[in-house]
Design a protein around this ligand. Structure first.
Ligand code: ADP
Ligand code: MG
Length: 655
C-alpha cells in the first residue's frame, strides 16, 4: 500500500508494511539513571580493562550508545586523570565538540571550562580561563603572548576531560610533539576519515612508540575495525618478543557495543525527485499530517539548502490546508549560535512536533532525543579534488549506503521509527557506493603537507597513512608550496608563516533565520567597491572601533569568532586568478591556470559587478563552478607577487 498520496507535494512513497507505531511515554530519569541505561554502561569494566592492558582499543557502537559522553567519564572515574593528566576526546566537527562538552559537564555537575573543557579553533574553554585567541594573525601573536601569560597563572590543568577537534590536537603537537599531558586520547568518529583524523592516526601511531604510558581509543559508529586494527598493529622494523607478555599489549583490542536500536521502516520514492528541497518540505508536512507524534529529522547538505527548506516549510505550513500547527522548525549546522544549538537539544514541548533540518552532522556526531521520522535527501556536501586541474570543489554528492543506513538508524532511538528516502530503491541498490572515500584521497593536500612539514615529518611520501593519498595530489601540493616559497629546494619548510598560507576559509556572516533582509542591509553597510576582501577590512575596522564588541558583531550579523585580520589573504591566493572574457555579458570567468569556466557566487558583493580580473578564495561547485570571496585585481600585480609562478603559467590573453 501507499503510505502517502501525492495530492500536493508530488512525492509518492512505496511502503512495504504499514503499522502505526504506538507512542511510548518516556519521562525524565535522574542523570545517573540515564547514564546507567546507556548501552555502553554494561561494558564499563570491559572497556577499562582493555584500556589498561592494550595500547590501542577500538570501540564500535551505534550512535547514541554513549561512547562519546560516557567513556571519558569512566576513564576519569578510574583515575586516568589523576596527577594532572588529561583525557582527550577528539571530534571532526566543532559543533559536536561544544555540544558534547556541555552535555558531559552537565552530567558531572560542573561548568564547562572546569573539570570538563573544550578547545576548538578560536575558542579555548579549559582551565576556567576563557581565551579568545587567534594564532593566525599578527594580532594573534600579541593575544598568544597574553594567553600564555594567563595560562601560567591559571590553576594547573584543572580540566580533566577535554573535548577538541582533531585539527586542534594536531596544532597542539607543535608545542608538545609527544602530547605528554594526555594519558588517554580517544579519537572519536574515526569512520569519518577526515584528513585531520587520518593525519592524527598516523602521528599517534608514531607517538605510541615513544610513550608506552599513552593509551589510544579509536571509536566510531561504523568502522572497519579489522583494517584499523591492522594499521595500528603493523609496525615497521619492530617485532614482539616471543612468549613474553608485554603490557600494554601492542595488538589492538576490539570491542563492539551492542546497541538497542528499534526497527526502522524504510520508504522509498516511486519516481526520482527533481527538487529535494521541495520534496523534503512536502514529506515533512505529510508526516506531520498523517503520522502519530514524534520528532522529524531531515538530512540536507548545507546552510544554503537548509535555510531554503526552512523558509519554504514555514510558508507552506502557514498556507497548507492540512493540519500544520504545532511544528517547531529548527536548523542544525556548524556556525549556529549557542542559543540556537540549545533549542535543537531541548525537549519538545507536549503537543508539539520538532522538525530539525540538518547537515550530516546529525548522522553520527550528535544524538537528538525523540526523533521518530527521518527524511533523507540522499546527498551531502563533499570535497573533491582534481590534481590535474588543481581544482578542489565542495560539491553536493550522493552519500554512501553506509551513510544512508546511519541516517535511517536515527529514527529508531526511542521507539520503532520510519525513514523516508527521497530516492528510489533501485537507485539505492544499484547506484550508490557501499562506503565513502576517505577525505585524504579526494582533497587538495597543501595544508596537510604544511602541517606535517611543520611537525618535522620530512619524508611525506613515506609517511605511514591509514589510507595513502594519490601521489599526483602529493606532488601537486609540493609543487604549489614550492612556488609559494613555503618549501625550499630540499623540500623543507622555509617560513614559520606556513600556516598563514594555508589559511582556512571562514564564513564571517551569521545568517539569521528569517532575517535575510536585515542581513543584506548589514552587508550593504560595509560593502566596498574593490571587492569582498576590502569589505572584510571595513568590517574589521568597524570591529576595532567598537572596541571588539561582541554586541556590535551580533547587531551587524557578523560572526564574532571570525574577526581575524585578513590583509595577508591576497598575497597567499595569487594562484586563484581569473579573468572575464572581453565584453562577456554572461558573467563567465576563466581561471588563468587551467582555463576553467567559473562564475562569481551570488553571495559576493561583486556579483553582477563583474570586474575584469579577480582572485577568488575558494570554488564551490553546484550547477556551475562558483568563486566565493572574490577580490578585484590589476593583472600586473600577479607578475609582481609571483614571477616564478606566472612564468610557468603564462598569462592568458590580456585585453
Ligand atoms: P555516542 O557517542 O555513542 O553516539 P553519546 O555519548 O553522544 O553517544 O550520547 C549518549 C546519550 O546521551 C544519548 O543517547 C542521549 O540520550 C544523551 N545525550 C547526548 N548528548 C546530549 C545532549 N546534548 N542533550 C541531551 N542528551 C544528550
Ligand atoms: Mg559520539
Amino acid at each position: 500500500p501507499r503510505l502517502l498520496d501525492d495530492e500536493e507535494g508530488g512525492v509518492v512513497f512505496l511502503s512495504s508494511s504499514l503499522s502505526s507505531a504506538s507512542s511510548i511515554g518516556y519521562g525524565y530519569a535522574s542523570i545517573e539513571k540515564q547514564r546507567q541505561r546507556l548501552p555502553v554502561y554494561k561494558y564499563r569494566t570491559a572497556i577499562l580493562y582493555l584500556v589498561e592492558t592494550h595500547a590501542t582499543t577500538i570501540i564500535v557502537g551505534e550512535t547514541g550508545s554513549g561512547k562519546t559522553t560516557q567513556i571519558p567519564q569512566y576513564l576519569k572515574e578510574a583515575g586516568w586523570a589523576d596527577g594532572g593528566r588529561v583525557i582527550a576526546c577528539t571530534q571532526p566537527r566543532r559543533l559536536a565538540v561544544q555540544a558534547v562538552a556541555s552535555r558531559v559537564a552537565e552530567e558531572m555537575g560542573v561548568k564547562v571550562g572546569e573539570e570538563v573543557g573544550y578547545t576548538i579553533r578560536f575558542e579555548d574553554f579549559t582551565n576556567k580561563v576563557r581565551h579568545l585567541s587567534s594564532y593566525l594573525s599578527i594580532f594573534g601573536v600579541i593575544i598568544f603572548v597574553m594567553h600564555a601569560g594567563i595560562s601560567s597563572l591559571a590553576v594547573q590543568d584543572l580540566t580533566a576531560i577535554k573535548f577538541l577537534t582533531d585539527g586542534v590536537l594536531l596544532r597542539e603537537m607543535m608545542d608538545d610533539p609527544l602530547l605528554t599531558k594526555y594519558s588517554v586520547i580517544m579519537v572519536d568518529e574515526a569512520h569519518e576519515r577526515s584528513i585531520s583524523t587520518d593525519i592524527l592516526l598516523g602521528l599517534l601511531k608514531k607517538i605510541q612508540r615513544c610513550r608506552s604510558d599513552l593509551r589510544l581509543i579509536i571509536s566510531s559508529a561504523t568502522i572497519e575495525a579489522k583494517s584499523m586494527s591492522a594499521f595500528f598493529h603493523a609496525r615497521k622494523g619492530r617485532r614482539g618478543l616471543e612468549g613474553v607478555e608485554l603490557v600494554p599489549r601492542l595488538e589492538p583490542a576490539i570491542l563492539s557495543v551492542e546497541g538497542r536500536g528499534f526497527n526502522v521502516q524504510i520508504h522509498y520514492v516511486e519516481e526520482p525527485v527533481s527538487d529535494y528541497v521541495q520534496a523534503a518540505v512536502s514529506t515533512v508536512l505529510l508526516i506531520h499530517d498523517k503520522e502519530p507524534p514524534g520528532d522529524i529529522l531531515v538530512f540536507l547538505t548545507g546552510q544554503d539548502d537548509i535555510d531554503a527548506t526552512i523558509q519554504l516549510l514555514t510558508e507552506e505550513a502557514r498556507t497548507s490546508k492540512k493540519n500544520s500547527s504545532g511544528l517547531i522548525i529548527l536548523p542544525l549546522y556548524s556556525g549556529l549560535s549557542r542559543a540556537e544549538q540549545e533549542q535543537v537539544f531541548s525537549p519538545t514541548p507536549r503537543g508539539k512536533r520538532k522538525v530539525v533540518i540538518s547537515t550530516n552532522i546529525a548522522e553520527t556526531s550528535l544524538t537528538l532525543e525523540g526523533i521518530v521520522y527521518v527524511v533523507d535527501s540522499g546527498f551531502s556536501k563533499q570535497r573533491f579534488y582534481n590534481p590535474i586541474s588543481d581544482i578542489e570543489n565542495l560539491v553536493v554528492a550522493p552519500i554512501s549506503k553506509a551513510s544512508a543506513r546511519q541516517r535511517a538508524g536515527r529514527a529508531g532511538r526511542v521507539r520503532p521509527g520510519k525513514c523516508y528516502r527521497l530516492y528510489t530503491e533501485e537507485y539505492f541498490v544499484k547506484e550508490i557506493p557501499a562506503e565513502g572515500i576517505p577525505e585524504m584521497q579526494r582533497s587538495n593536500l597543501v595544508s596537510c603537507v604544511i602541517q606535517l612539514k611543520a611537525l618535522g615529518i620530512d619524508n611525506i611520501l613515506g609517511f605511514d597513512w591509514p589510507a595513502s593519498p594519490p601521489p599526483e595530489a602529493m606532488i601537486r601540493a609540493l609543487e604549489v608550496l614550492y612556488s609559494l616559497g613555503v618549501l625550499d629546494d630540499d623540500a623543507k619548510l622555509t617560513s614559520p608563516t606556513g600556516f598563514q598560507v594555508a589559511e582556512i576559509p571562514l564564513s564571517i556572516w551569521v545568517s539569521g533565520r528569517g532575517a535575510q533582509k536585515e542581513l543584506d542591509e548589514a552587508k550593504l553597510r560595509f560593502a566596498a567597491a574593490e571587492g569582498d576582501h576590502v569589505t572584510f577590512l571595513n568590517i574589521y575596522k568597524g570591529f576595532l572601533q567598537s572596541c571588539k564588541s561582541s554586541h556590535w558583531c551580533h547587531k551587524n550579523f557578523i560572526n564574532y569568532h571570525a574577526m581575524v585580520v585578513r590583509k595577508a589573504v591576497t598575497a597567499g591566493f595569487f594562484a586563484n586568478a581569473c579573468y572575464s572574457e572581453a565584453y562577456s555579458q554572461s558573467g563567465m570567468y576563466k581561471t588563468v591556470r587551467g582555463s576553467q569556466e567559473v562564475y562569481i557566487h551570488p553571495s559576493s558583493v561583486l556579483f553582477r559587478v563583474n570586474p575584469k580580473w579577480v582572485i577568488y578564495h575558494s570554488l564551490v561547485s553546484t550547477d556551475r563552478q562558483y568563486m566565493r570571496n572574490v577580490i578585484s585585481i590589476d593583472p600586473s600585480w600577479l607578475l609582481e607577487v609571483a614571477p616564478h609562478f606566472y612564468q610557468q603559467h603564462r598569462l592568458n590573453p590580456i585585453h
